[in-house]
Design a protein around this ligand. Structure first.
Ligand SMILES: N[C@@H](CCC(=O)N[C@@H](CS)C(=O)NCC(=O)O)C(=O)O
Length: 203
């Protein structure tokens, strides 16, 4: 399998954490692909018209995106335990947590883009900043339940979003005001799958 990959992308990292958790990382050929919102990537678009990573090309030439679809595909390949629960209630909880983490990443990427623009929109900056605070409060409220439930894709979604805050928003500390999710996140970061996928800013 070929993965359009970058060491900076939090969505790629989610896929790679899943791959490591399932013992599948060695089967994935990671190909460095630069995806940027303002510079559509012609070659990548032959596989994914959205010009986004992660994009997975299977050995038969078929293509999977986005990260949610790829993660679920990998989960079906692994013979080990599942990261997408079969029980409907547990599955919906896991998918909702994944959506919260992914949604946070979506606006955190937009917020970085907005801050880099010459003519910044104060309305966008304020909206993203407000969501960032709200999501951290939601993570904090969810911390005890996360710690008490079996590790799944929801944990990876939320843990990965917090890792991205540390990577790209390191000068905006969140731990002091959110001690329970900070404790949970320390354990998340100690997992071999998370340690094996540390982000690198290679720009
Ligand atoms: N919903 C997508 C989001 C993927 C995404 O936004 N990837 C970023 C890199 S972290 C990207 O490819 N951006 C390029 C663009 O927006 O054109 C997923 O879960 O895979």
């Amino acid at each position: 399998m070929k993965l359009h990959w970058s060491p900076r992308s939090p969505f790629v990292r989610k896929v790679m954490i899943v791959a490591h958790e399932l013992g599948l990382a060695e089967r994935i050929n990671c190909v460095r692909t630069v995806a940027a919102t303002t510079r559509p990537h012609a070659e990548l678009m032959r596989d994914n018209p959205l010009s986004k990573i992660p994009t997975l090309v299977l050995d038969d030439g078929s293509v999977l995106y986005d990260s949610r679809v790829i993660c679920e595909y990998l989960d079906g390949l692994g013979s080990a335990r599942k990261l997408f629960p079969a029980d409907p209630k547990a599955r919906m909880l896991a998918l909702r947590r994944q959506a919260l983490g992914d949604g946070a990443l979506d606006f955190l990427l937009l917020l970085r883009n907005e801050r880099e623009r010459a003519a910044q929109s104060q309305a966008h900056l304020a909206a993203y900043g407000g969501k960032k605070a709200a999501v951290l409060r939601a993570f904090e409220q969810e911390a005890d339940a996360l710690a008490a439930s079996a590790f799944d894709i929801g944990h990876i979604g939320i843990g990965g979003a917090l890792c991205y805050l540390d990577f790209r928003y390191a000068d905006e500390p969140w731990r002091n005001d959110h001690p329970r999710i900070a404790r949970w996140h320390a354990e998340f970061c100690a997992r071999p799958s998370v340690r094996a996928t540390e982000p690198v800013d290679d720009s």
